[in-house]
Ligand binder design. Structure first.
Ligand code: ZN
Length: 102
């Protein structure tokens, strides 16, 4: 069984990414909301949209700026999958012709 809290050590060798992933997985990422609560920032609002309190969920899923990135990632995945599907169907079509010549 893979322990999710040690994944950051498995997938990258870059120390800054280790630290970032560790903070994210342990929910200790320094958001504006947290920095505001401890008195280091005047505003808890999101750096990008300035409309909503900046939480980890907001930064990675809810913010309109991030949603645009997720839409692009989704388009990219669908395009890769579509190409894979087309290639697979073409291959299967050729296999069918070879196997069932009659
Ligand atoms: Zn935002």
């Amino acid at each position: 069984m893979i322990k999710i809290y040690s994944l950051h050590l498995k997938y990258t060798k870059e120390p800054s990414l280790h630290w970032f992933q560790f903070q994210l997985l342990h929910r200790i990422l320094l958001t504006n909301n947290y920095l505001h609560k401890i008195g280091l920032f005047k505003s808890p609002l999101c750096y990008l949209c300035q409309q909503t309190t900046e939480t980890i969920e907001h930064i990675f899923a809810e913010c309109f700026a991030v949603k645009e990135i997720w839409i692009e990632v989704e388009r990219w995945i669908l395009e890769v999958f579509k190409q894979f599907l087309i290639t697979s169907l073409y291959f299967l079509g050729n296999m069918k012709k070879v196997l069932f010549k009659d």
